[in-house]
Structures are given as C-alpha cells and as structure tokens.
Design a protein around this ligand. Sequence first.
Ligand code: ADP
Ligand code: ZN
Length: 599
Amino acid sequence: MPEALNILKEVFGYPAFRGQQAGVIAHLASGGDCLVLMPTGGGKSLCYQIPALMRNGVAIVVSPLIALMQNQVTALHEIGVRAAVLNSSLSQQEAIQVEQKLLADAFDLLYVAPERLLTARFLNLIARIPIALFAIDEAHCVSQWGHDFRPEYIQLSILHERFPEVPRIALTATADMDTRKEIIERLGLGIAKVFVSSFDRPNIRYQIVDKTNSRSQLLTFIQAEHPGDTGIVYCLSRKKVEETALWLVKQGLHAIAYHAGMSMQQRSLNQEKFLREESIIMVATIAFGMGIDKPDVRFVAHLDLPKSIEGYYQETGRAGRDGQAANAWMAYGLGDVIQLRRMIEESEAQHKFKQVAARKLEAMLSLCETTTCRRIRMLSYFGESIETVGCGNCDICLNPPKVWDATVEVQKAMSCVYRTGQIFGAGHLIDVLRGNLTDRVKEWHHDRISTFGIGGDLPEKTWRAIFRQIVALGLLIPDSEGHGALHLTEASRAVLKGQQNVCLRQQTKIEQISSKRTGDDLISLAPAERSLWEQLRSWRAKTAKEHGVPAYVIFHDATLHELARLCPQTEDELSQVTGIGARKLDKYGIYLMEILRGD
Ligand code: ADP
Ligand code: ZN
C-alpha cells in the first residue's frame, strides 16, 4: 500500500512502520473494524491518523481527555494536517464555528469528547457529511472494573447502529484479557479484527531497590541517572505527594504535585505545566497519568508499592514513549507489604472483590521478590512469553541476586513472633532477636524469653529484609488493627516444624546499579555532538515558546539526537532524519541548517 507509506514519510517524516501499524492501517483503510492492543508508545495514533488521510470524509476520534486532544491537534497542525477539537473547553461560539467548518469539509480529523459525540445534535450533524472512520481511543474506559471507567463509553455502541457502514477502530494499552473481552462485548466489536502487539517495552529498564530512606534514595537516583530529565514520581497518599514535591523543590529540583484532592483548576494547571515544560518532575498519586502522551519522560519512580502488576506496568509505561532509554525505578520495603495487605483486609469490598485484590497483590509482591528477570515475569503475567533467559535490561539481569537457604533464620523469626504473643510488629521483634535492651523489651520482659538475642549475628537491615520477604511470601501476616503486628499463618507451621525450607534473596549491597545505559541515548553522544545537541535543544525551547506549544511538538528528542549525531549538511540529508516531514522541513529547515553548519 504505497499511499500509506508515502503519507508516513511525507507527512510524518518517519521512514518505516512499526510493529503492526501497516497491517492495522491497511485493514482500516479498506473499511474493516479493528481492535488494537498496543503498549504505550507503540504508535497507536498513526493507526487511525493515516487512514483518516487516505479515506474520504472526516475521521471522528473519541477521546476522554480534553488536554490531550488539544495537544494531538496542535501536533497535527505542526505537520500540516487539518484537525480540530470539539469539547467543553470551547465557547459556544467557537463550537458553532467548528461545526460549520465540519460541514464545509475543512477537517481530516475531529477529536470529540464522548459526551459531546453522543448528543442528538452532534449525531444529526455528522449524519450529513461523509465520515472516514470512528476511532475510539483509550477504549478500556468501557470497563466498569478499571479505574478509568467512563459511563458514556458504554453508549458508544450507538455509533455502529447509526453508521453501520463506517469502519471503527478501538485502541487501548491495557493488556489484560478481561478488559479485552469487555471492550469487544460492550462496543459490539465481535467481528472486528484484533491486532495484539507485544507489550514489552525494551527501552525501559526496570529496577526495584530495597527501601531504606525512600526520599534520599530517590534523590540519589535522580542525581546519578537523571540530572535535568523529566520524570514522574508516584506515591500512595496525597499527603506524601505534597511532602515529597516540597522536599524535592527544597533540594533544588523543579517538582510539582498532582492528586485528586487538589482543585480541578490546580490539577489541570499542573498537568498542562508538566506537558509543556522540560526538566520537570511530577509527584503524583495514580490519579495522574491516563493518556499522558509526553514522549520524553525519562524516568518513572515509585516510592510506594502499586497494588497490582497492571498498575505497575501502566504507570511505568509512561516513561520513554519516544523509544529512547528510560528507567522505571521503585523503592520497596516491609512497610509497603504490611500497608497493602492491611488495606485489602480492611476494605469494605465484597469477599470476591477482596480475593481478586489479594491475588493481584500476591503477583505484584512476587515480581518484587523475584530472583529471575523482571521483564519475563511481567510479560508472562500478561500471557506473553519471550524466548530468552533474561532481558539484559532489568536490575536482576544486570546484577543477579544470590539466593540463600534462610530456613533457620525464618524459624527464629517465627518463633519470636509466637513467644511474644503475635501482637508485635517487625521493629520490636528485631530488637528481641538481636538482643537490644530497649524500654519496650524490658517492659514486656522479653529479655527473658528463649528467642532473646538468638539473631544477634545478623544486622538489623538483614532482619528487615527477612521479615519483608516472609510477609511477602505470606508466611507471616499483619493483623487488621493497623499497628503492623504480625502473626503466624497456616503456612508457617510447615516451616516451623522443619518440613519446608525457605530460600530468600540476599541483600544486594549496591543500591543503584551502574548508570551505564543502553547504547541509543543522550549519554552516548560524543562531546562535539553533545554541544550540538545543546544548541538544538535551546533553539527548540525558544521556538516552542514562540509558538506556544510543548517542545516535543516542534521536534522529539529522538530527532534532535539523530541531528546531533549525523549532522546533516544538505536539505536532502535533513529530510532523511526521523521525524522531519515535508512541512517541518519547510518551516524549520533553514534554522536547523544554520545550527548544523555552525553559521
Ligand atoms: P501510543 O498512543 O501508542 O502511546 P503514540 O501514537 O503517541 O503512541 O506514538 C508514540 C511515539 O512514537 C510518538 O512520538 C510517535 O510520533 C512515534 N511513532 C509512532 N509511529 C512511528 C513510526 N512508524 N516511526 C517512528 N516513530 C513513530
Ligand atoms: Zn531482565
């Protein structure tokens, strides 16, 4: 299909399709329905943007996020594509103008909020014009179980009833089977062709470190691996979000906050700021992030444990959409395990729901405690297998942990739990085991029990790691009172009786693995290239400001990187660079040539 490839090269400036893009585009352009499951950064937008340009009429794109629609449209204008938004951010007069232009065939793409699309007025309007296709972005919003549920999405099946001849494409980055089934059912996509891509994000490096002091660990991580980079830091509570953001600012970093407790206005202000600026750190709860399409987020850090692998995958997936090297870093400790276990226990939810939540947490914990490749574990959780022993780009592959037989230590810990009456948390238990004569130990006469001092040979840090792992393994469980008291379980018995051995991971001494990154990133530039990159970057910042758009809308990091490395000297060479299409060559070519020729 030469036409699609031409559009890709001419309009978007990319040399080749990625993954399943070509197949999806051919299918949709010829009038077929499809469901596209592609990871974040996989390139979903092109799957409908190119058919929109190939087919007669306007493509109607349904998207739940107003800020994002506007960004997409701005980026399309930059490359000369006729596009507009229709949502509540427009005044009534502006909306009427868009409608009039729509009737006059002025757009190739129209981005619409679902509630607007479903109005009788809008449906009647589009009945009068040719429609190229319907694209339903973030299609997982139909799922009542997911936390992005939008009731209007369920009604989108009306599109097929009203416009049966118009092809539809539903897109999502949600990987799990249940959501997939729900989308097909609710949107009536039974006969649609399903395109499933690998959910691997090879450019993301996964690292999970033992939590000691998460804030200062975070700061060390940012300073060592991401000075001046853009990133997202996830915390569990609103309070922690605010405290962490403030603290980072005090350390001289440019950090802002986002959580559901802030006013709507403040939230969208901060989101907008994050999308626009460079070298900015967003500290947020999981309320932040759906569809954040900032391509140059270089790291996602978790200061608290996510509740499921789905959540972890989705949140970390916001790093490195541009395909350049990125880090997913998490600090994880005993407190996380206890807190989440308790939250599930205490929740008011029905028994069945609790069971599901508990299972998801188990899977997440075993990802944290794994001694084999994290990527393989995560992908296999999503039902995908990759044929390799290890990915070479996660902390486990880069720095394999040792496993040791900790049966004796675990027995000591368990009997200490038993002898102290199953009412104490890990802190006190460790004091007893290590023989620390604290006030509490004296008060409870725990210096007189048989487990007092039997663990003096191991440092406190090791004991904390042991307790964390045995709680993660479900060999001890926290009670529901909320004080972190641990008690024995059914599973403890076999270990205590010596019928079952327990192997644990050894503490890795180095907290951070080396900051050596994979080849294709900015660090790998030679000094002369690096200086060119800086010049290009400051030109881009200036230009973006003049145009009132985010820097990445002018050019992606990947494009600047390629420019700095190849240093093209003619217009023809320039047009070969990834991300430079006809329109951008026209608009920016001479400025780039000036910088590249050193004029
Ligand atoms: P998604 O919506 O799947 O998360 P996007 O559509 O935003 O991903 O695409 C992610 C990034 O990859 C964008 O910056 C996009 O311009 C770029 N991209 C998409 N397809 C290609 C391609 N074929 N070649 C090069 N870059 C591409
Ligand atoms: Zn690995």
